[in-house]
Design a binder for this molecule. Structure first.
Ligand SMILES: [Zn+2]
Length: 199
């Protein structure tokens, strides 16, 4: 009881002391960290995955990033988000793209390890991007989704110095040991890479 009543005022005093001592540039950084979680991709909506569906980390320090892994979700945008929110599913990806308007949701911070590749080594070294739709329904792969996704991938490559080529921007089916087929034969890699290069 005593501890709990004392703690808030003590913390208040300490924070006050720190505020007067810190230069203003540091101050704004401190405030940003204390606020609600920010996204890594500007404009993305923060739709967090369950804490039971990813591994906290401090990448790229803990693990350098080498790959962007492209997925097709085999369900809708909303369906994907609810799968990631459900702690029983044990799956997640960093981002989900919506077909109709290219909306980007971020579900796991890039510093953390999402469970998307089905291969621990690749999970630790990659960012996973899910796309609303099905591998055999190319109508879901809209222009706006390609464009927004390519912009996102280009930014990730820039941030972590990942080469913008097919050796580093890979499909889920190319992850060793994967039994998944996504993004499938309708995914236009040539177009996607061209968009990533020009973004
Ligand atoms: Zn996949």
């Amino acid at each position: 009881m005593r501890r709990t009543t004392l703690l808030p005022s003590r913390r208040g005093i300490l924070a006050g002391a720190a505020l007067t001592a810190l230069p203003s540039a540091l101050l704004s950084a401190t405030r940003a960290e204390a606020g609600p979680r920010t996204v890594d991709h500007p404009g993305a909506a923060w739709r967090p995955a369950s804490r039971g569906n990813y591994t906290p980390s401090n990448r790229p320090r803990a693990h350098p990033l080498h790959y962007v892994v492209i997925h097709v979700a085999q369900t809708t945008y909303g369906g994907t988000l609810s799968v990631f929110r459900d702690p029983r599913t044990k799956v997640s990806a960093h981002y989900v793209l919506r077909s109709s308007d290219g909306r980007v949701a971020q579900c796991v911070r890039e510093s953390d390890i999402a469970w998307h590749a089905g291969n621990w080594d690749y999970n630790t070294r990659s960012i996973g991007i899910e796309h609303e739709g099905w591998v055999d329904r190319p109508g879901y792969f809209t222009d706006v989704m390609y464009e927004r996704s390519a912009r996102l991938t280009a930014e990730i490559c820039r941030r972590y110095d990942i080469p913008r080529n097919r050796a580093h921007i890979i499909g889920h089916h190319e992850v060793p040991g994967s039994d998944h087929t996504d993004p499938g034969r309708h995914w236009d890699w040539k177009r996607y890479l061209r968009l990533v290069e020009s973004a």
